[in-house]
Design a protein around this ligand. Structure first.
Ligand SMILES: CC(C)[C@H](C(=O)O)[C@@H](O)C(=O)O
Ligand code: SF4
Length: 461
């Protein structure tokens, strides 16, 4: 029987198998950040265990970093301490850290791919659920808990039960205003936030084949929001072209050799999956969420369902929306363009193409937070910084920012925020804040209009 992409990468990393039990998987790359690493370092120290492969670990500071005045000492004590601790731990254990202000600093799931740290066929982990992002490269990448972070520090491997396999196929032609974010929000709205529990997902079909790497990362990023441990897309020429020439990618002959291996990874024709879903691209429209989990999504010109269960009712109450209502024309005072879902250069190019020559509505606070220093630099080089500044957007420095509001970037209670991030949980963007998830295009259009508008009726460059 044929093998799936997941099987091939998994099997290539099995170090040992417990009879009828879990397997020990070798981990190629371990990414760490300030929030989930300190306890793991402490545990190692308490037990006198050294870090097994410091050269396979890369650290960044992203979650609670300020997005203004990053050159100044951090005011927030908790944030300052966490970053200090990360710096000390990395120094002590010889781990490369791209700390605040470093030219490679950024959100872990943005900076690692852009540096070529993420490569097809790898196993990658991070103490962070959106590690699934890296699956866009045909990589087994998933989030782990703090005790597992310790396991990987100590052994560069993990004890794991092999997950079941799930394939989500989308074929056909997407309408012009439909972006990768809409594709994944649509999928989750259809299958729910638990459909992937216990599974590792592969996205297949011409829609993903035709997507850029940025788009594939957006899709894989949200795999965790449908409950899957991770999501992957078969590596192809788009992947190889993206990886080639990046700082930590193999160079010259080594690259050619790697590509010939990567080409063997796509799922075999006769491989089977434990569960499959199929969708038509023609059915997908720009999406919005109306509730408090990413599965509560509707088409931009659709209506909120009339009725639902307790979770639904509670969500509507929190969001102050009515069953059966449309979201179009809802006044919006906050727009957040950022997060590891949508803070790559392509996301901002799309937003800029809409914003160019326009100005944000007077009621809107529009924040644009690049995913990394390199993206920030690109914004400048491509003249997009100017476009956004002229439109009245506030450009901040890289970090997770209002995606989870661990720093000062909080949405006030009761306010709606159209956000390009991945989670709309209660209080996610600040206590009492109401998040509406959307694509960069929809977020940009909202900022200009000061309310939700039907982008499908607009011409897009
Ligand atoms: C802080 C971190 C552990 C968390 C995660 O695991 O995803 C965060 O990144 C998030 O998006 O909620
Ligand atoms: S940007 Fe948001 S989702 Fe991504 S790692 Fe940071 S907090 Fe988590």
């Amino acid at each position: 029987m044929g093998k799936t992409l997941f099987d091939k990468v998994w099997d290539a990393h099995v170090v040992d198998t417990v009879d009828n039990g879990p397997q020990i998987l070798y981990i190629d790359k371990h990414l760490i950040h300030e929030v989930t690493s300190p306890q793991a370092f402490n545990e190692l120290e308490e037990r006198g265990i050294p870090v097994a492969r410091p050269d396979q670990i890369v650290a960044t500071a992203d979650h609670n970093t300020p997005t203004q005045d990053q050159h100044l000492p951090i005011r927030d004590e908790m944030s300052r301490k966490q970053l200090q601790q990360l710096t000390e731990n990395c120094e002590k254990h010889n781990i490369t850290l791209y700390g605040l202000g470093h030219k490679y600093n950024g959100i872990v799931h943005v900076m690692a791919p852009e540096l070529g740290i993420t490569q097809p066929g790898m196993t990658m982990v991070c103490g962070d659920s959106h590690t699934s992002t890296h699956g866009a490269f045909g990589t087994i990448a998933f989030g782990i808990g703090t005790s597992q972070v310790g396991q990987v520090f100590a052994s560069q491997s993990l004890l794991l039960n092999k997950p079941k396999s799930l394939r989500v196929s989308v074929n056909g032609t997407l309408a012009p205003h439909v972006s990768p974010k809409d594709v994944i929000l649509y999928i989750i709205s259809k299958i729910g936030t638990n459909a992937g529990t216990g599974y590792f997902c592969e996205y297949a079909g011409n829609v993903f084949e035709e997507m850029s790497m940025e788009g594939r990362m957006t899709v894989c990023n949200m795999s965790i929001e449908m409950g899957a441990r991770g999501g992957m897309i078969a590596p192809d020429q788009t992947t190889f072209d993206y990886v080639e020439g990046r700082k930590f990618a193999p160079q010259g002959d080594a690259f050619a050799k790697a590509v010939s291996y990567w080409k063997t990874l796509p799922t075999d024709q006769d491989a089977t999956f434990d569960k499959e879903y199929h969708f038509d691209a023609e059915d997908i429209a720009p999406m919005l969420t109306y509730g408090t989990n990413p599965g509560m999504g509707i088409k931009i010109n659709g209506a909120i369902p009339e009725k639902g269960d307790m979770t639904f009712e509670k969500a509507l109450e929190y969001m102050n929306f009515k069953g059966g209502a449309q979201l179009l024309d809802t006044p919006i005072n906050y727009v957040f363009l950022g997060s590891c879902t949508n803070s790559r250069i392509e996301d901002f190019r799309i937003a800029a193409s809409y914003v160019r020559g326009k100005h944000k509505a007077a009621n809107v606070n529009a924040w644009l937070v690049p995913g990394s220093q390199q993206v920030a630099k690109q914004l400048e080089e491509e003249g997009l910084k100017e476009v956004f500044e002229e439109a009245g957007f506030a450009l901040r420095q890289p970090g997770c920012s209002a995606c989870l509001a661990m720093n000062d970037d909080k949405i006030p209670a009761g306010e709606y925020c159209v956000s390009t991030s991945n989670r709309n949980f209660e209080g996610r963007q600040g206590q009492g804040a109401r998040t509406i998830l959307a694509s960069p295009l929809v977020a940009a259009a909202t900022a200009i209009a000061g309310k939700i508008v039907d982008v499908t009726k607009e011409a897009v460059a």
